[in-house]
Design a binder for this molecule. Structure first.
Ligand code: NOJ
Length: 542
């Protein structure tokens, strides 16, 4: 496997998190080193050469901290401790220096909205009404009749308020009852979490992905959320999506908290603050903050949620480009541990087109582990579901297990992930779909991803260059990326039928640098370009 190295031409004034590629690892599922069927830090270390070969610049780890694992680590009982399943603090230190030795960066997941109900803060808080930490969480007597304080629901189903018999009050939990929400209006909470950030930043990590950033502050008056417009539902269903969470999320005061987090991040050199935010574009961009002092990258999830249709995608890209604040740096995400995998969502045939889109749009791309080999959602039999979201709402079929299955490394037992039965099953075809099978196959997805990442490193235009939409129709989207003398045209056929690229204003000619059809690479194109169904082309313009 030859290494692709960056060309000096890429040097620009941009920072690493602007021109790098982020790779998300779900630690339970990347590589098991100690034979317990669950991935761990030593396992990740053993796979860093692969990531370097792939060419990614930055690794983001989903939570690795002490946790009862009610929500697989998003319920933290010690923000400064490593869960023994994943290893020790020494393992973490080794991972950090191994990542840095390879010239890569490491991001951790920060989960500030809620703790585990086993966190000492909550244990204290619930111990009595006059405990000094009582006000660290959101406690309430209930309405006049002693019923629920309001109609807020948990994202994971059911009411968001849990009654505590001992102290005779309700507490609020946006997710599981084992994940009580912190009260971010309390300055002591703010300070405690800023110190958690400093602890990891002092260790030398390169930044955070902040969990549910838009949830952190709730309406002070706890007003009822209105029903989702037009929805006809039975209020007894208690389904989160039946309401519009206008009072339980995205409150104006959250921006002050984000600003505080950014200020801590800025106490250190070149660290990054990324926010997990599922909101419409016009609201999402407010998380860049006033004077750009909010999140560096409010995660842009449009490619995860929009219908995979050329007009919708073209429109979304342009809207996003148009809505970004002057200094706001764009970013794009194609997959994560909460959503169906891209290759299942858009289909195998479109998976390379999706990769071409992710890696040629303007902005920082995030790749979800395994997408680079075309891993798909794995069917998990009902009796093997472990995700609380899936277990709590069985009728909705929204378990996240299918997109969290072990990385498929090779054709050996358990796809090389573990020598023990993995915590989630592998697909039947893991002997065919894996890193080993693809790494030297020039037709493979892995090869395609690696090539694209390499081209981004080589050509500043593809990386930090300007973006200009060219043309979109029912099948195609196309745009130009430009930097200095270099210009690239990207044409993507999002449909399964052949299509014609027929720009009306300008004519384009150049050489195909990369395409979903390997045989076409190196060919010249000019004027009208004929594309096959599911074909995408990256053309260096002459
Ligand atoms: C968002 C995380 O991505 C998800 O996995 C988790 O369940 C919730 N936040 C609660 O922390």
């Amino acid at each position: 496997m030859e290494q692709i190295t960056a060309q000096p031409s890429v040097r620009s004034k941009h920072l690493w998190w602007q021109n790098g590629v982020i790779y998300q690892i779900y630690p339970r599922s990347f590589q098991d080193s100690n034979g317990d069927g669950v991935g761990d830090l030593q396992g990740i270390i053993s796979r860093l050469d692969y990531l370097q070969w792939l060419g990614v610049d930055c690794v983001w780890l989903s939570p690795i901290f002490s946790s009862p694992m009610a929500d697989f680590g998003y319920d933290i009982s010690d923000y400064q401790g490593i869960h023994p399943l994943f290893g020790t603090m020494e393992d973490f230190d080794a991972l950090l220096s191994e990542v840095h030795n390879r010239g890569m960066k490491l991001l951790l997941d920060l989960v500030p909205n809620h703790t585990s109900d086993q966190h000492p803060w909550f244990l204290e808080s619930k111990s009595s009404r006059d405990n000094p930490k009582r006000n660290w969480y959101i406690w309430h007597d209930g309405n006049a009749e002693g019923g629920l304080p309001n109609n807020w629901l948990s994202v994971f189903g059911g009411h968001a308020w849990e009654w505590d018999e001992v102290t005779q009050q309700y507490y609020y939990h946006a997710f599981l009852k084992e994940q009580p929400d912190l009260n971010w209006r309390n300055p002591e909470v703010q300070e405690a979490m800023m110190n958690v950030m400093r602890f990891w930043l002092d260790k030398g990590i390169d930044g955070f992905r902040v969990d549910v950033m838009w949830h952190m502050v709730k309406d002070q008056e706890l007003r009822d959320n209105p029903p989702f417009p037009g929805s006809t539902f039975d209020p007894k269903d208690l389904i989160y999506d039946h309401y519009t969470p206008v009072y339980s999320t995205d409150q104006p005061e959250v921006h002050e908290i984000v600003r505080m987090m950014r200020a801590v991040t800025d106490e250190y050199d070149e660290r990054v603050l990324i926010g997990e935010i599922y909101l419409p574009i016009h609201k999402l961009v407010t998380y860049y903050g006033q004077d750009n002092k909010g999140a560096h990258l409010p995660f842009n999830f449009q490619l995860l949620t929009l219908p995979w249709e050329a007009p919708a995608i073209a429109m979304a890209i342009d809207e996003y480009e148009g809505a970004l604040p002057a200094e706001g740096w764009p970013n794009w995400v194609l997959g994560n541990h909460d959503k169906p995998r891209i290759s299942s969502r858009v289909g195998r045939a479109q998976a390379k087109v999706a990769a071409l889109l992710l890696l040629t749009l303007r902005g920082t791309p995030t790749i979800y582990y395994g997408d680079e080999i075309g891993m798909r959602d794995v069917p998990i039999p009902m009796n093997e579901i472990v995700d609380p979201q899936g277990l709590n709402m069985p009728d909705l079929n929204i378990s996240r297990d299918p997109s969290r299955t072990p990385m498929q490394w090779n054709s050996e037992i358990n796809a090389g992930f573990s020598n023990h039965k993995p915590w989630l099953r592998l697909p039947f075809n893991s002997g065919r779909v894996n890193v080993d099978k693809q790494k030297d196959d020039k037709y493979s997805k892995l090869h395609f991803y690696r090539k694209l990442i390499g081209l981004r490193k080589e050509h500043a235009a593809l990386n930090v260059g300007c973006y200009r939409p060219v043309y979109a129709d029912q099948q195609l989207i196309s745009y130009v990326r430009e930097w200095g003398d270099e210009r690239f045209l990207i044409v993507l056929n999002l449909s399964h039928r052949p299509a014609y690229f027929r720009p009306r204003q300008e004519s384009y000619s150049g050489t195909i640098l990369l395409g979903t059809e390997v045989e076409r690479i190196g060919m010249q194109v000019e004027d009208v370009i004929t594309l096959g169904g599911d074909e995408g082309l990256l053309i260096q313009l002459s």
